[in-house]
Write a protein of this length. Structure first.
Length: 426
């Protein structure tokens, strides 16, 4: 084992209230809860640069999942698979950013290239929701839609450009979701920088006029049209602000029971190992989530202190906080029937893993319990075991989806696998 490696010991389920935990304490069933009123101080530790070495999958290695479940390889040999979505016909669509392709898998796992020549494809959506006629895919700089007949593995016509010019550079992921009634398409666009670099002086015409057009807390200058969730009509046209101050909402998901939009957010760097936590949250229309002036409520970023005192009481606190720098990228809600009843309606989030923390964290899939359809702020480890030691990992989870048979599918872009998790057969 490499520097600093420790043997992997069984850790019984517990509630972790400390931010000092790392990959050594991860195990299926371990519970976590962070509190926005008890955070580390800015620069309490030095900022770290600690990108992992991605090793080949050890022979026969499998991720660890809770007792009663099995995990198996569903697909392999992909190049940077990212978002994964189940279509209403039961097929599975996956964006393969490394090749610029959109892939379609049958329920049995048979693979076909649905579209290619795309520029960093990421988000996928189907419209109308119940009986889709189009597959939407978000490139880093555009949104396209392809006419489609469910049950087929190729578009039924040429692509149509729905959004022609998104800001590029910086955070490149662009995720999509469709309102339950099909009236709107949601689009997440991450920031171009860590804390609003290049914004320049206040926008011409003043803050009030800017916010009236772009939303409360909307950034300007080089960050205009970024760090937020936007909506558009299914046929395209102008983007409209939905929520602002989300530094990098890398994954969107709809909570089926309520039709509520959720996103998972990669928070900012440069404030130490444990600050600020990443998060998952309901996305409220018109809400402001802090970036770049505040984080997790009324906590001013010391690099922009005093710049927007008018926003001090306007910051929405997220629902679930993850250990800082865990890098959440995908979220889905369990709507299948094969998992135990306690899982129905819960969320699963893929944590891609830290590159900017001295003690590595993330590299796992976690479960967000939703008793009564609401989160209490806690999360628990569900799929772990991708970290080999302090220096290297063999898997980096990205996307999560529930297959038609109720299994959970997980993409990981370290070695290009899709993993399938299902209960033991009786």
């Amino acid at each position: 084992m490499r520097r600093g490696a420790l043997p992997l010991l069984f850790i019984p389920p517990l509630l972790l209230l400390l931010t000092a935990a790392d990959w050594r304490t991860d195990a299926p069933g371990v519970k976590h809860r962070l509190d926005a009123t008890h955070l580390a101080l800015p620069n309490e530790t030095a900022s770290a640069a600690d990108s992992p070495a991605v090793a080949a999958r050890p022979a026969g290695a499998l991720p660890r999942v809770p007792a009663g479940f099995t995990v198996s390889v569903w697909a392999q040999g992909l190049q940077m698979p990212r978002a994964i979505r189940r279509a209403p016909d039961g097929s599975i669509f996956v964006t393969e950013a490394g090749t610029g392709r959109l892939l379609r898998f049958t329920a049995a796992g048979e693979r076909a290239t649905f579209a290619e020549g795309l520029d960093l494809p990421y988000g996928i959506a189907f419209w109308p929701p119940a009986a889709p006629r189009f597959v939407y895919v978000a490139e880093t700089g555009r949104v396209l839609r392809y006419p489609w007949r469910p049950g087929t593995s190729a578009p039924s016509g040429p692509a149509e450009v729905i959004v022609s010019a998104l800001p590029t550079g910086g955070h490149w992921t662009r995720d999509l979701a469709v309102a339950p009634d099909g009236s709107r398409i949601f689009l997440a666009v991450g920031s171009g920088s860590n804390v609003g670099d290049g914004m320049g002086p206040q926008p011409q015409g003043g803050i009030a006029a800017w916010q009236a057009a772009h939303g409360v807390g909307a950034a300007w200058g080089a960050e205009a049209g970024r760090a937020g969730v936007f909506w558009l009509r299914p046929e395209g046209g102008a983007l409209h602000p939905y929520a602002q101050g989300l530094r990098n909402c890398a994954g969107l998901g709809l909570q089926p029971a309520h039709g509520t939009l959720w996103c998972v957010v990669n928070e900012r760097d440069g404030m130490g190992d444990d600050l600020p936590p990443d998060y998952a949250t309901r996305v409220r229309e018109g809400a402001f989530y802090g970036w770049p002036w505040f984080y997790l409520g009324h906590h001013p970023d010391p690099r922009r202190t005093g710049e927007r005192p008018d926003l001090a009481g306007a910051v929405t606190v997220p629902d679930v906080l993850f250990q800082a720098h865990s890098a959440p990228l995908g979220i889905t809600f369990y709507d299948g029937k094969s998992f135990p009843a306690a899982y129905r309606g819960d969320a699963f989030v893929a944590l891609h893993g830290s590159w900017n923390r001295s003690r590595r964290t993330g590299y796992k899939v976690v479960r967000l319990p939703m008793p009564g359809g609401k989160s209490n702020g806690a999360y628990e480890d569900f799929m772990t075991g991708f970290v080999l030691d302090d220096d290297s990992v063999w898997g980096r989870p990205v996307g999560v989806a529930v297959a038609a048979d109720g299994a959970l599918l997980v993409t990981e872009d370290g070695n290009g696998f899709i993993w399938r998790v299902a209960p033991h057969s009786p």
